[in-house]
Design a protein around this ligand. Sequence first.
Ligand SMILES: *Cc1c(COP(=O)(O)O)cnc(C)c1O
Length: 378
Amino acid sequence: MSLANGRPYVAIPGPSVMPDRVIQAMMRPAPNIYEGDIQDVTERIVPKLKQVAGTDDYVAIYICNGHGTWEACLTNCCSRGDRVLVLVTGRFGRIWGEVATRLGLEAMVMDFGKSDPANIDQVRSSLQKDPSIKAVLVCQTDTATSIRNDVEALGQVMKDLNHDALLMVDAMASMGCDRLDMDAWGVDVVIAGSQKGLMTPPGLGFVWFSKKAMAAYHKADLITPYWDWGPRANPNLFYEYFYGTAPTHHLYGLDVALDMLLEEGMDQVWIRHKRLSEIIWDKAETWGPIHEVRLNVADRAYRSHSVTALSMPSPKADQLRHMAEHEYGVTLGIGLGMAEPGTPEAGGYFRIGHMGHVNAHMVMGVLAVIEDILPRLD
Ligand SMILES: *Cc1c(COP(=O)(O)O)cnc(C)c1O
């Protein structure tokens, strides 16, 4: 028998739960895109986006998902044949490196496995040996493994070495969830999308960039018309923000979502995510000895505050997800990049998304559902 009727809860690592205020802001007829309200909305979104990322420099907004921003940031800063250092701590970092290769860059991949963060000392020595490296690519949170890399420490290494490389951070899963102080930490490029910590439907991609990245842009030879961030960050005419029709309803939603983050205060937003994560870890660690549930990342310092990857003997994770969705109304995330799809191990992984518009009772509800199911799987 199913207990799933009622408000469904999609607890996957994006798209995340949308606040009612965001949904309501989007429920309106199409606006004029040549003048009026939509231009004001866009102009007030820009400073709020910068504030959320901790930068006074630039931001470009694209109509795209996260994959689009991977391409956007590389094409604006790099030239064919440039060498980039790709720090891989899961599937997302690996694909970003593949994007770099396909764009004609020389991607030097440092793979740190599926449970450990990027090793800062190894990165330091690679940078020391090679002054020609143009950019360092890292996911703050790799959503597949839920490893959280120490971006502040990487920024410090770049400063210590006074290296010319740009520090590029994929903050798709962490923006609005984990602390990120772009300017203070010396990060040159940050990418994110609308559908995770920013609580808006999928469809907007953001690239924040520093003055150093802007200088690199003036020498880059991979720039294409659509991805060109110059006019988007400094438009003379409104249509240049989006190189075409504005993503009207997404902008209305995003405007409110950013207000909600700033009303709460970024420090408080980050503390809320950290505290909710600790509630999840505390509980999941008690399941381990009884139900063979394992958190993917052992050290709390390197666990994401927006997504938690777990494993259990296959196919129990698949069964758990299926029962949670169909009997309890909670959708959990699938394992990603942990085992080859179709192999016997593939049914042994799941993830809990806890990013964006989440509070204690939502997270505790997910935990209680899992706890109710676990003995039924033994
Ligand atoms: C979600 C995600 C992406 C990809 O975003 P899409 O919108 O699915 O293209 C990239 N990197 C990270 C770290 C992510 O979490």
